[in-house]
Design a protein around this ligand. Structure first.
Ligand code: PLP
Length: 402
């Protein structure tokens, strides 16, 4: 079992009387990441690549950043780790490259359940002559179905952009199978892992993904992001850097200007955090314990929501850790979702309503008029007591009969 009392001590932001359950919006930062940011600024805040000692230290930390993050996601090569300001920006940089690399007439498949970060940048390639197709969820099961993807794939498909986990639906999509299917048609995949990465381990080699992107401010670190790209692809794509940055560069080609040194060093603190947790719990696989705990929280909340007649869960009703993460969205009849959240605010419970920038999903599900969904997004540092407190408040807010 997770030692929640130990875990919560690792997050200064949790030392308040609020119950923070808007973690898919932004999680708390671990002390280990805060320490690394501080460490960079106070002991190596100089430009890289010079001959003096402090510059050597700063340079080494940036090299270590790529090695540490590559190991964390099981990338084969540290040059495959591209750092950037946000997932939205990294996907835009990638889309610009794909637009230059593939000839017009190529097809790109996007979903209707992604955050707009992994849709809009690709849709804009229509202006360059690409054909954009949409892989829609089954509105009954809220599931992306492989059979529907098969109907869209062709030998002209260049890329499939999809989410590992929707930030509304919470379902873990079968990334390996989807990637394998796309590869059968010679297409690459770009996976948005922002809503997945806080919950489960990442293995880009096992899944064979081409591009895999996520943000650290939702994974216990600072406002910064990372894109994994297969080395061969990074070598082939033109890049966005100065003309004298060689074509044989990988990550550097996609990082015009300096990376943010202190944040890049800061994110290695997230890995320190998970390593420390593994030692504290005497396990090789801390994410197994995390998944078990999250499943218990899901079970508690979903079982409660299922007792409410007016509640419709927007996503899988299953609490199985293999099927979903504890990002749970619902609507209550046709009640304005904002009105519910304004009431829970009063009890110092931080949840949220809206479209979460998955605007096309909310529109396709016809939930715009009621202000989108109510979303409760928990992570491993949330406790059973917090979940029960939320349930108590929701029970009052939703009313006995509903
Ligand atoms: C699933 C998902 N993808 C992408 C993003 C965008 O991330 P960023 O703010 O780093 O661009 C978000 C942010 O909410 C998200 O939830």
């Amino acid at each position: 079992m997770l030692d929640l009392s130990y875990i919560r001590k690792q997050f200064p932001g949790l030392q308040s009387d609020w119950i923070l359950m808007d973690n898919a919006g932004g999680s708390q930062m671990t002390q280990a990441a805060i320490h690394r940011i501080n460490e960079f600024i106070t002991s190596s805040n100089v430009q890289l690549g010079a001959t003096y000692h402090t510059s050597h230290l700063a340079t080494q930390r940036m090299i270590d950043n790529q090695h540490i993050m590559a190991k964390y996601i099981n990338a084969a090569d540290s040059g495959e780790i591209v750092m950037g300001s946000s997932t939205s920006m990294l996907i835009r940089i990638l889309a610009m490259n794909i637009g230059k690399y593939f000839p017009a007439g190529g097809e790109i498949i996007v979903t209707n359940c992604d955050h707009e970060a992994n849709i809009g940048a690709w849709r804009e390639l229509e202006n360059l002559g690409f054909v954009i197709k949409t892989w829609k969820i089954n509105p009954g099961s809220f599931e992306l179905e492989l059979d529907d993807l098969k109907k869209l794939l062709s030998d002209k498909t260049r890329l499939v952009a999809f989410t590992h986990t929707s930030n509304i639906l919470g379902r873990i999509n079968p990334v390996k199978e989807i990637t394998q299917l796309a590869h059968e048609y010679g297409a690459w995949v770009c996976v948005d892992a922002v809503a997945y990465a806080p919950h489960r381990p990442i293995d880009v080699q096992d899944w064979d993904v081409d591009f895999y992107v996520y943000s650290f401010y939702k994974t216990y670190g600072p406002h910064y992001a990372m894109m994994y790209g297969k080395k061969q692809h990074l070598l082939e794509l033109p890049g966005n850097n100065h003309y004298f940055i060689g074509q044989n560069e990988t990550a550097y080609k996609f990082q015009p200007g300096n990376v943010n040194y202190e944040l890049a060093w800061g994110v290695t603190g997230i890995v320190d955090y998970f390593n420390n947790l593994a030692v504290h719990h005497n396990t090789q696989n801390i994410f197994e314990l995390i998944a078990d705990h999250e499943e218990k929280l899901c079970k508690e909340l979903i079982s409660f929501l299922e007792t409410k007649k007016s509640v419709r869960i927007i996503g899988p009703k299953s609490f199985d850790k293999a099927i979903r993460v504890p990002t749970i969205s619902f609507v209550a009849g046709d009640i304005d979702s904002e009105s519910i959240v304004l009431k829970t605010d009063k009890h110092k419970i931080a949840i949220r309503f809206g479209d979460f920038y998955a605007a096309r999903l909310i529109d396709d599900l016809k939930l715009r008029q009621q202000n989108g969904v109510i979303r409760i997004s928990m992570v491993h540092y949330n406790t059973m007591e917090e979940t029960q407190q939320l349930i108590k408040v929701l029970d009052k807010v939703l009313g006995a009969d509903s």
